[in-house]
Design a protein. Structure first.
Length: 144
């Protein structure tokens, strides 16, 4: 699938609002990244992007990246060490299944917003917002 088609099916303002709303109740950070590349290994590419964007530098190590590579019809979800330690593999597997079903149904916008909300709920449960809750990362769509 062409990345342009994927991006045209997404209302960036709605994604940004979903991120903003999810992050309002958590100290965690959520990043949505849409790649124009065709990585052979989306998890490895997402991990490199995660590090390059400095997501492992959040105060509580509680950032999550939702990475989409439409050209190869793949995605990856990367959570920093504190998030992964708390949620365990079952959460990631369930989230991946939900994302996969929505993406296969070409419900790109819905897939992203649902994933952001689910990640936000997990983060809010384990990393609730504090009185000083800075937004450590921009809430726009990232990409290359």
């Amino acid at each position: 699938m062409r990345t342009k088609r994927f991006l045209e099916a997404i209302d960036e303002a709605a994604v940004v609002e979903a991120i903003r709303e999810a992050e309002r109740v958590t100290s965690g950070e959520i990043v949505v990244y849409v790649s124009r590349r065709a990585p052979a290994d989306p998890v490895a590419r997402a991990t490199r992007r995660f590090r390059k964007l400095g997501l492992e530098n959040t105060r509580e190590r509680n950032a999550v990246m939702l990475y989409f590579a439409p050209r190869v019809r793949k995605f990856a979800v990367i959570g920093d060490t504190a998030v992964h330690a708390i949620c365990g593999q079952a959460f990631w597997d369930d989230l991946a299944a939900t994302l996969s079903a929505a993406l296969h149904a070409h419900q790109f916008q819905q897939a992203i917003v649902i994933a952001v909300k689910r990640v936000g709920e997990l983060l809010a449960t384990h990393f609730p917002a504090k009185s000083d809750n800075p937004d450590e990362l921009p809430n726009h769509l990232f990409g290359d």
